[in-house]
Design a protein around this ligand. Structure first.
Ligand code: SAM
Length: 277
């Protein structure tokens, strides 16, 4: 158990960092209605399928049934929002520490964990803007040393988060610092395939959008420079999304309206890398 003093220090540090996160207000506002959007569920299902498929490619198979062994994995999901992806991955792994900078999102996730029938018991919600692998709000590596080093993870994931991060290099370094030796990152987001990628967000939902998707080659180079090995950034799936026919068509709230907009295809990438042994 963390001491009261360490809880207070973590809360103060978290609130200071959250004030620097310019997308935070938007995501706090959207937390209660987040799960009502079919697109976020479809996108998380596709992300979970891509991550599990990639895990199965790499993992040692069980000697008797030939199935991949992922049940031992300690996972960190950065930017989990209300935990849609965490819920999908949880049955396949040992534990998921699910962090999000928006306290409203984490409040919804915590409530879902308490009220959803048969909710997974292995998701740990944490409200932080993660910038430091040794952030006191992360679980300790050793339960008898609450103020000691923080837990390291076999797998770090994020989904639809990278395009909100001001400094990609810095977040990759943070992720690297969160891994056990040889641990992996699997990060999914839509691809910046050209000027049309900007249409992913309605004009009213551009707050906190730092870039219009991920440029695969640039991302792969950056991951290698930061220190990841076996880097592989590749197209993983394509999704149809309702977009504005012209900028501002959906109006002030940016909510998708049945009678407006048009469908457009967006490619998604899976960014894979391994930390040093
Ligand atoms: C577009 S939402 C995606 C949420 C979720 N993955 C989903 O698809 O439903 C991006 C989320 O990332 C969070 N976020 C961005 N940078 C973060 C960071 N460094 N640490 C924790 N959360 C972060 C935001 O607060 C926001 O809730």
């Amino acid at each position: 158990m963390a001491s009261a003093a360490s809880n207070l220090r973590a809360a103060a540090a978290s609130s200071d960092k959250n004030s620097r996160n310019n997308g935070n207000a938007r995501f706090n506002d959207e937390a209660l209605s987040w799960d009502s959007r079919p697109f976020v569920h479809e996108a998380s299902q596709a992300a979970a399928a891509a991550i599990l498929a990639r895990l199965n490619e790499n993992n040692v198979k069980h000697p008797s049934n030939g199935k991949s062994q992922t049940k031992h994995l300690q996972v960190l999901e950065i930017g989990c929002a209300t935990g849609i992806l965490s819920f999908l991955l949880a049955p396949h792994v040992a534990r998921i520490v699910a962090v999000d900078a928006a306290e409203g999102m984490i409040a919804v996730l915590s409530q879902k964990l308490q009220t959803t029938p048969n909710a997974p018991q292995n998701i740990v919600p944490v409200a932080i803007l993660l910038e430091d692998p040794e952030d006191a709000a992360l679980p300790p590596a050793h339960s008898d040393q609450p103020d000691g080093p923080r837990q390291k993870f076999d797998l770090v994931t994020s989904h639809l988060v990278l395009h909100h991060i001001p400094d990609l290099r810095a977040v990759l370094q943070t992720m690297l610092g969160c891994l056990v030796p040889g641990g992996r990152v699997m990060l999914t987001d839509f691809e910046d395939f050209g000027p049309e990628a900007k249409r992913f967000h309605p004009v009213a939902r551009m707050a906190g959008v730092e870039r219009h998707g991920i440029q695969a080659r640039e991302m792969a180079e950056m991951m290698q420079e930061v220190g990841f090995a076996e880097v592989d950034v590749r197209a993983a799936w394509t999704m149809r999304k309702k977009v504005e026919k012209f900028e501002g068509e959906f109006g002030e709230g940016g909510a998708v309206k049945p009678e407006l907009g048009e469908m457009m295809d967006f490619p998604f990438v899976l960014c894979y890398g391994e930390g040093p042994m």
